[in-house]
Design a protein around this ligand. Sequence first.
Ligand code: SF4
Length: 430
Amino acid sequence: MAGRFPVGMLAAMPPTPHTTPEPGEARIRDRGDACPGALRLHPAEDGRLARLRLPAGRLTSRQVEALATAAETLGDGRISITSRGNAELRGLADDCGASLAALLDEADLLPSPTHERVRNIVASPASGLDGLGHADVQLWARALDAALCAEPRAAALSGRFLFVLDDGRGDVAGLGGDVKLIADADGTAVLWPGGRQVFRLAAADAVRAALAAALAFLDAADAAGTGAWRPRELPVTHVPDWAGALAAAGIAAEALPVPPTPFSAPPGPGALGDGHLYVLAPLGRLTAAQLRALLPADEVRFTPWRGAVVVGAGPGAAAGRLGGLAAHGLITRPDAPLAGVTACTGRPGCAKSLADVRADALVALPGPLPVHFSGCERRCGHPHGAWVDVLATGTENDSADSYSVDDVPTPRTSLSEAVAAARGPATPTR
Ligand code: SF4
């Protein structure tokens, strides 16, 4: 349904200044967050940028086609996968907002204009496909998205507020999250609202509990009046009454001691379960042709590790499909040179960047540790857990960019050796 978006929603917003509170001090925000959205485009050096929330990273075949078309006809022809499994389009024209909104809306990618920036849901990407996990949290993600969009008050959440749904395997539980649900045995789930309290409840109540926790955060944020975007920014005097919120929603919950966060490594590229595939986007970016190459599929799921699960690639078709995707330049093997290598936007798309980090990242050699190239100290999109930090530090001798690798100054000319040494021994070839 094109044309239902107020023109004001299409205006580009300036970036948000970052302020860092002292330890133990509540963060004071004097404005709402300015996260880009599909309707609120961000001005960048290479044109406008749109960030499209994809709950659990999910795209139907029709939506894959729509996103590829949007990139080709309105943007620079590429689709970036973010560290939350969302999609970004870059190089958009100043006046493309209405056309982009209509195209996305036509593909059901904008179910609620008022909620489009708050649909931040990360879920275990292989859930329901490989027999692991205690529940299919991809289904939880769809139910939570519908519940969020149906709750007018939820539109007040910041564009940074994140729901994390882990099916019990531990692949996404460590990715932060303001409200976290972890499926457990015997039809139960563990709710971590805000990170400092934990509750066990029936899995059937999991989605309602996540929404109740988000609304309890909004109530506490309103009462605090500090403009908090996330629970950890609330003053200690305004910790939400999580237990009371669950009880008010009619949800039976048992408080637990806070356990260690479960952890498992993300999947490596290749065959996944029976008839599914997983591939990585080189440096987190797909061309429209690479995105379309993921079809035919029942659906595609972008992952927080900048990959795509191809659901329903066809029984027994894995080997053939993987070969075809490799021919399109996608990463299909864990020992591929660029597996585990990510980079921020860098020059020329970001004015803050001291280098063309995406070009320089191509020198990276295989190794077990992830490595991230950043054009400045903000380190946008860096991985979680242990990773090698490659940071642009300026121009050396007026001709070549220089870097630091895990804080060790490194001339660009010896960057590949320094990165390889920091990543550790190369993964054995299969
Ligand atoms: S890390 Fe710095 S240079 Fe890279 S995208 Fe972020 S702000 Fe720009």
